[in-house]
Design a protein around this ligand. Structure first.
Ligand SMILES: Cc1ncc(C[n+]2csc(CCOP(=O)(O)OP(=O)(O)O)c2C)c(N)n1
Ligand code: SF4
Ligand SMILES: [Mg+2]
Length: 292
C-alpha cells in the first residue's frame, strides 16, 4: 500500500498542469498532508479540477468525484450520508471549491450542508475570480480589481463568505493564508476533528489572474494580511479569535503595487482604495470583537 507518511510527495502527484507559482496547488498539497489518505474529495469545475483530472487520469491518490459547479456541497453531503449508512464515521469528506463555485454558483448547496449540520469539511480556495474560464469577476473579486469582465476595475466590494457561514452558527469556520502554513494546517486539523460542518476560506494568490511574477506568490499572500486586505480569524464553538493583528497596516501599495490587475489605477483611485481598505479593516475588527 502507498505509504504517505514516509513519502514527502504526499497524496498529490507531480506534474500537475497548474501554472507556475499557483497558490491553489500549494493549498491542495498541504491540506491533504494533514487529512491523510482516509479522505474522499469532491471537486467542481475550476482550476482545482486539474487535480481530479480527466478520463482515467488523476493527480490525487485518494478517491474523489468531480461534480458540477453548483452542487459540490450537495455531492459531499451525499457521500457523507452513504458513509454514515455504512457506519463509517472516520473518513473525512472534503469539498474543495473555488470562489465562483462557492460564493456565487454553489452558495445554495453550501447553505444546505451548513443548515443540516452534515459532517463535511468545505474548503473555498479564493483566487478572487473565475480563473479557469478566463478570469471573469466573481462576487469575491475585491473592489477595484481588473478582470476580463471588469476591465476598468470592479465597482463593488466582495461578498463575506465567513459571515455567511457564521450566520448558520456552524461549529467551526476559519480564514487562512498560504503565508502562514502552520496556522493553515492547524485549522485543517481542527476542521477535520469538528463534529459537524466546517468551513475554511483560504486566500489564494494566482499569478495568472492577478498578473504578477510567479515567484512572488508567498510575498503577495503575506502583503494581503499585512495591508489589511485579508484578516486571519476563526469562529469556534461560538467564539471568535483573531489569529493575527498587524500593529500598523502597511500601505496598500505594498500589496496592489505588484499586481497587474490593479495596474491601471490612477493616483486618486489608489488613494480611494487605501481609504476603503483602512475603513473596512477597522470596522471589521470592531465587528469581530463585538461577536464575543
Ligand atoms: C453552472 C455553470 N456555470 C458555468 C460553468 C463554467 N465554468 C467552469 S469552471 C468555471 C470557473 C470557476 O471559478 P472558480 O469556482 O472561482 O474556480 P477557479 O477556476 O477560479 O479555480 C466556470 C465559470 C460551469 N461549469 N457550470
Ligand atoms: S489560473 Fe491561477 S488558480 Fe488557476 S492554475 Fe493558474 S495560477 Fe492556479
Ligand atoms: Mg476562483
Amino acid at each position: 500500500m502507498y505509504d504517505v507518511q514516509h513519502n514527502s510527495r504526499g497524496l498529490v502527484s507531480h506534474g500537475v498542469s497548474a501554472c507556475a507559482g499557483c497558490g491553489m496547488e500549494l493549498i491542495m498539497r498541504n491540506v491533504l498532508e494533514v487529512l491523510g489518505e482516509d479522505t474522499i474529495i469532491l471537486i467542481p469545475p475550476g482550476c482545482s479540477a486539474l487535480f481530479s483530472g480527466f478520463g482515467n487520469e488523476t493527480a490525487l491518490k485518494i478517491p474523489g468525484f468531480q461534480g458540477n459547479l453548483e452542487n459540490t456541497a450537495a455531492c459531499a453531503a451525499g457521500v457523507r450520508a452513504a458513509l454514515n449508512a455504512k457506519g463509517n464515521k472516520h473518513t473525512t469528506v472534503l469539498a474543495f471549491a473555488g470562489d465562483g463555485g462557492t460564493v456565487d454558483i454553489g452558495i445554495q448547496s453550501l447553505s444546505g450542508v451548513l443548515e443540516r449540520r452534515d459532517k463535511v469539511l468545505y474548503i473555498c480556495y479564493d483566487n478572487e475570480a473565475y480563473m479557469n474560464t478566463g478570469i471573469q469577476a466573481s462576487s469575491s473579486t475585491p473592489y477595484f480589481a481588473g478582470t476580463t469582465t471588469t476591465p476598468s476595475g470592479k465597482k463593488t466590494g466582495r461578498k463575506d463568505l465567513m459571515q455567511i457561514a457564521i450566520a448558520h452558527d456552524i461549529p467551526y469556520a476559519a480564514t487562512a493564508s498560504i503565508n502562514n502554513l502552520n496556522d493553515l494546517k492547524k485549522k485543517v486539523q481542527k476542521a477535520k476533528d469538528t463534529d459537524g460542518p466546517s468551513l475554511l476560506h483560504i486566500h489564494t494568490p494566482c499569478p495568472t489572474g492577478w498578473r504578477y511574477e510567479p515567484a512572488k506568490t508567498i510575498e503577495i499572500a503575506r502583503a494581503a494580511v499585512q495591508t489589511g486586505c485579508w484578516i486571519l480569524y476563526e469562529y469556534e464553538a461560538g467564539k471568535v479569535t483573531i489569529n493575527y493583528r498587524q500593529k500598523e497596516l502597511k500601505p496598500i501599495e505594498e500589496y496592489i503595487g505588484f499586481q497587474g490587475r490593479f495596474g491601471n489605477l490612477s493616483k486618486e483611485q489608489k488613494k480611494e482604495i487605501q481609504d476603503y481598505v483602512t475603513k473596512q479593516y477597522n470596522k471589521y475588527i470592531i465587528k469581530l470583537e463585538a461577536m464575543n
